[in-house]
Design a protein around this ligand. Structure first.
Ligand code: ADP
Ligand code: ZN
Ligand code: ZN
Length: 732
């Protein structure tokens, strides 16, 4: 009998699986979803067994045996394997990178799939009596005993004083001087699950009833409810019976949405192990959470986009909160949309899925209107809070002082006098987005990007926000020698400085990436806001999500105009979403909120629609524009990007790529470009792009499938870094 062929996804940028023979000697029966160690090139690596085939296109004498099958049983369940196979063909991405993305790093490296918790060490009674002076010849043992004399420590904590403590600890344990206990890898904190759910209002009730009725089969929902309308409460009550029935719920949240407050709300409601998957985890914590979910021991799995790849033993429901958020789209490497893939996953698992947002993406609204998703609406704020009043403030010809117009300053004063807090939003950090020479007009630019350097006055640095280039602020203009260098435009730092002189003695906090990078800094700033010492908050989009500021009565959007004049067709949607998300922070308690938007274009139709009616009217108008321009969701896009140090190479590659695509003659597909990218130079590389557009998704994918393998072989491709982005969210 001929041996089976193992078709393996090997971490490599190549668009194919690799064939191997089973390992020599005894080995587990090969099954898809196992990890396999294989020889690759001159070394070896860990791949995922995708298929067990009967024959191979590779000649028999060139097939090599795998080194080992690492898992007795498949590590990745069939449903997840199906999802990954689907995404390889949908996103046209190398399978090796797709399959390994799904694994926590430690498993990717081939380590044992164990969810054993860490060991916690303590001294035994005999250990306490040891005279450390007798251990002079074994200093490591002495250090460890001395440390443990102060209290219990985990292996990781002990690794801080002795390198590789484990063998030493084992020796101490053999002598009977120390003992260890395994920590549970996920625990349920005390006081979990003590909160009683509130009585739902009628809209919430209808939403929960619809979600519960859909249990056990695929059905997508769009939960569309203004901020504070009680969406989270709907999730909690929809989840309860699923957990009670022993099933699992996967909750995907945006990158900055996984806040302690959110986790706290789930904890207060449910006394169950919760697997949290976010970027702050250590490798072993991640592996623990992943395996607990896979083995069905974590009923609740909450995480950011990559948590989608957590296998679930008893899946019951998927929730994608703030579904409009672009952090669900991975923007590099394997460019997938976790939101879109979640829908596909729910269909495969045959379970309901709910996408929730106060400002749904136009794609999802379109899907709801087309009847593909059931729409659940929560039109009113829960409890007694009322909607904030929103209006435009025409700043043309108004005196402005550091970004704030006279009328806005007056309003701020009024709200502060009445004891309210004021939130100001400007999505630009630093002091000013440019530094200009007043004598000759020279502007400091990034040497590696087509971008200006942002002036940071606190640290006296010029920084490029695109590539990280940094330099001290020059004393003189490098062009004319003048010392009169002036900041041009406003960033949050400058607004803060202006406010200090305008509102002396009024408590002020600034929340942006610069003020919150230190660990614990964000919590400290929020504490100042909630404690009431801070009366004015100024911040970037970091303020827009997850936080409740019940005492804020006035929200000022300092600059709405950026989003109206961008080259990106999604910019106005983004701006509207941001404005409403920020506005939603205000007046959540019983104080009515007021939202004021400074603009130079008060007649802009989209802005007017947004303030005079609501997000839905805005979305409707924006959808009409999209349809007229044949942009998504009325067409489907893929973007081929290329970049290189050699400035001619990207266009040469894309030109050749276009030629190949034309040769495929797939009907109904348009090629736009190649053109230089909107920011042509970035981090020292020249960038260009070719857009592929079609009204029919099937036609687009037919072309991409034929095209991608040809692109791999293009000789022009060797001089550039290129990537294909299906359903791009940013056309850069
Ligand atoms: P969203 O997720 O839509 O922003 P939340 O679920 O956070 O809304 O609800 C906003 C506030 O209203 C929270 O403080 C929540 O506890 C409260 N809330 C939600 N539903 C109800 C209800 N039915 N009765 C009373 N309070 C509610
Ligand atoms: Zn000058
Ligand atoms: Zn730069």
């Amino acid at each position: 009998m001929t041996p089976p062929i193992l078709r393996i996804a090997v971490p490599s940028p190549l668009y194919r699986l690799f064939d191997y023979l089973p390992p020599d000697g005894p080995h587990p029966e090969p099954r898809p979803g196992q990890r396999v160690r294989v020889p690759f090139g001159k070394g070896a690596c860990v791949g995922v067994l995708v298929e067990v085939a009967q024959e191979s296109a590779v000649p028999a004498d060139r097939l090599r045996p795998a080194q080992a099958i690492l898992d007795e049983a498949p590590l990745l369940p069939p449903e997840l394997m199906n999802l990954l196979a689907w995404s390889c063909s949908y996103y046209h991405h190398p399978p090796g990178e797709v399959y390994t993305t799904a694994l926590p790093v430690m498993l990717r490296e081939g380590r044992e799939a164990s969810r054993r918790g860490e060991l916690r060490w303590r001294l035994t009674d005999p250990g306490r009596l040891v005279d450390l002076a007798t251990l002079k010849r074994a200093p490591k043992q002495g250090h460890l005993l001395a440390m443990l004399a102060q209290g219990e420590r985990t292996t990781t904590e002990l690794a801080a004083i002795v390198e590789q403590p484990l063998p030493v600890l084992r020796r101490l344990a053999e002598k009977g001087w120390v003992a260890s206990e395994e920590q549970p890898c996920l625990s349920v904190p005390a006081a979990s699950g003590t909160e009683m759910p509130p009585q739902l209002n009628s809209a919430q009730h209808a939403a929960v009833a619809a979600l519960r009725a859909a249990a056990g089969r695929f059905k997508p929902f769009l939960l569309d409810g203004v901020t504070g309308s009680g969406k989270t409460e709907v999730y909690l009550q929809a989840i309860a019976p699923i957990i009670a029935a022993g099933q699992q719920v996967l909750v995907l949240v945006p990158e900055i949405g996984l806040t302690p407050q959110l986790v706290e709300r789930f904890r207060r409601r449910f006394a169950v192990p919760m697997a949290l998957l976010h970027s702050g985890l250590s490798d072993s914590e991640r592996q623990c959470a992943w395996l607990m979910a896979r083995d069905g021991h974590a009923p609740l799995v909450i995480g950011t986009r990559s948590a989608l790849f957590t296998p679930l033993k008893h899946p019951g429901l998927i929730i994608v909160d703030e579904e409009h958020d672009i952090s669900f789209k991975q923007q590099e490497g394997f460019r997938y949309s976790a939101r879109d893939m979640a829908i596909v996953f729910a269909r495969q698992l045959d379970i309901p899925i709910v996408l929730g947002s106060a400002t749904p993406s136009l794609e999802s609204l379109h899907n709801a209107q087309a009847g593909r998703y059931q729409l659940l609406r929560l039109p009113e704020r829960a409890g007694s809070a009322s909607h904030p009043v929103m209006r435009l403030l025409d700043v043309r010809q108004q005196p402005m002082q550091e970004g704030i117009s006279e009328p806005l300053a007056l309003l701020m004063r009024r709200h502060l006098e009445k004891g309210g807090q004021v939130l100001l939003f400007l999505n630009r950090r630093g002091y000013s987005p440019a530094l200009i020479c007043h004598d000759c007009g020279h502007v400091a630019e990034c040497p590696r990007c087509d971008a200006r350097l942002t002036y940071h006055s606190g640290q006296q640095r010029l920084r490029c926000h695109h590539c990280g280039t940094e330099r001290p602020v020059p004393r003189q203009c490098p062009k004319c020698g003048s010392a009169d260098l002036r900041p041009l435009g406003q960033g949050t730092e400058r607004i803060e400085e202006g406010l200090k002189s305008r509102f002396p003695g009024v408590g002020l906090v600034r929340i942006d990436r610069d003020t919150t990078s230190r660990k614990g800094a964000m919590e400290a700033l929020l504490q100042e806001v909630h404690g009431g010492e801070a009366r004015i908050l100024i911040g970037t989009q970091m303020l827009a999500k997850g936080h409740h500021f019940p005492e804020v009565t006035l929200v000022g959007i300092l600059d709405a105009d950026q989003g109206l004049f961008s080259a990106d067709f999604r910019a106005s949607e983004r701006m509207a979403q941001l404005i409403l998300q920020v506005a939603g922070r205000a007046g959540r308690a019983n104080r009515p909120g007021e939202v004021v938007i400074q603009t130079h274009v008060p007649d802009h139709p989209l802005l007017r629609t947004l303030v005079e009616s609501d997000y839905h009217a805005f979305a409707q108008a924006a959808l009409v524009e999209r349809e007229q321009a044949a942009f998504p969701p009325f067409s489907h896009l893929a973007l081929l990007r290329a970049e290189a140090v050699d400035s001619a190479a990207p266009l040469a590659f894309l030109g050749a790529a276009r030629h190949l695509a034309e040769g495929q003659a797939v009907a109904g597909v348009q090629l736009l470009g190649p053109v230089p990218a909107p920011m042509e130079r970035r981090a020292g590389r020249t960038r260009a792009q070719l857009l592929v557009q079609s009204h029919a998704r099937a036609a687009l994918h037919r072309l991409l499938e034929l095209w991608i393998t040809q692109l791999e072989g293009l000789k022009e491709g060797r001089k550039v870094r290129w990537s294909l982005d299906v359903d791009p969210v940013e056309l850069y």
